[in-house]
Write a protein that binds this ligand. Structure first.
Ligand code: NAP
Length: 329
């Protein structure tokens, strides 16, 4: 039985725990919030038999916990993950695992030093439809991929500009929250780009509300976009020399795709379990059981590569988080 502690009881923690309860061999044993009454409410909501804590650090001392799921704003991921690992806990940390590559490296070093499992919760990597598309593309089913068009757009109606999404002190903005997904798909199917062009529009808080990048490869181009301001169809389009694949909306949590080739159009259904977090949860179980400190499907190096692309895009659009400036002084 893998015993989980959950840290930061916001929106994603709720969705994640719903899925965790669907996967055999997992149990929620600890809940930590900045407010213990919030942890108690969470425990009651899901009828859990878990300890509740009014601070994150207390949970790290709980000997019942094997793995900590970190679901706090991005800027806190590094410090909380390293602290958890220093207490011998495995860590599944929400995306982006770190706000920049330098921080991700420190986290990976800690995973090696304390010999514990560490993975970025890049759940789309484990989505069965995306896995099948990845397999088809690498088997050459649509020839050589030469163009990808993929976005993550959600119009924030009545946006709460005091939320973490618009708060630069919490590394808010569309790129790290949403843009990470289209860039992930491009990285998964084409690897590291040779050249990156990027532009963005900003909110008055300084958070990027729309960011678009062109990722140029030797034989292909990817157009990626993240946006708080528009509703798109969220269909990922992958074009090859011999066919094309459309991953169904919303592509990052898809349950199927369409493949068009030789004048034929086939719709392929690929069910997922729960909302889809189940698949990354199963990956943690397998890897921890086998004594590994990383997943080979979404490795430490994959996390580093992905955040390096985001770093370069940030450099191109001139986006620096306030805490990065003070660190470098
Ligand atoms: N994989 C996915 O599908 C997915 C989806 C959404 C978000 N995420 C990721 O998950 C993380 C959390 O996102 P979320 O949407 O769940 O955010 P959220 O609803 O704002 O929840 C974040 C939680 O973090 C804790 N927290 C600690 N310091 C905070 C601070 N200074 N300001 C606000 N909250 C603070 C709070 O929990 P307590 O009050 O209990 O301490 C809060 O409820 C982000 O890194 C995001 O990228 C992933």
């Amino acid at each position: 039985m893998l015993k989980w502690g959950i840290l930061g009881l916001g929106k994603i923690a709720h969705s994640f725990v719903k899925d965790l309860l669907l996967v055999d061999g997992n149990e929620v044993k600890g809940l930590a919030s900045r407010s213990e009454s919030k942890a108690i409410d969470f425990k009651n909501e899901f009828k859990l038999s878990a300890s509740t804590y009014g601070s994150y650090s207390e949970l790290f001392l709980d000997p019942m916990i094997d793995i900590v799921y970190i679901a706090t704003p991005h800027d806190s991921h590094k410090q909380l993950s390293i602290e958890a690992m220093s207490f011998g806990k495995h860590v599944l940390c929400e995306k982006p695992m770190a706000v920049n590559a330098a921080d991700a490296k420190e986290m990976i070093e800690a995973s090696k030093e304390y010999n514990v499992f560490l993975m970025e919760a890049l759940w789309s990597r484990f989505n069965p439809a995306i896995r099948q598309v990845n397999k088809l593309v690498s088997d050459g089913a649509i020839g050589d991929v030469n163009y990808i068009n993929v976005d993550f757009s959600h119009q924030m109606i009545n946006a709460n500009v005091s939320s973490r999404l618009y708060n630069l002190d919490l590394a808010g903005g569309s790129l790290l929250d949403m843009g990470i997904y289209p860039i992930f798909l491009s990285y998964l199917l084409l690897g590291m780009p040779k050249e990156i062009l990027a532009t963005a529009r900003f909110h008055q808080t300084g958070a990027d509300v729309q960011t678009s990048a062109i990722l140029k490869y030797e034989e292909a181009i990817s157009l990626v976009l993240s946006s708080f301001e528009s509703h798109s169809d969220m269909v990922a389009k992958v074009f090859g020399t011999e066919g094309k694949i459309f991953i169904n909306s919303r592509w990052h949590e898809a349950e199927g795709f369409v493949i068009e080739k030789d004048g034929h159009r086939e719709m392929i259904s690929v069910p997922k379990q729960g909302k889809g977090y189940t698949h990354e949860i199963m990956e943690c179980q397998i890897q921890i059981e086998e004594g590994h400190i990383e997943s080979d499907m979404w490795s430490h190096n994959d996390t580093l590569n992905l955040i390096s692309i985001l770093d370069e895009i940030r450099e191109k659009i001139g986006l620096v988080y306030p805490f990065e400036t003070s660190n470098s002084q």
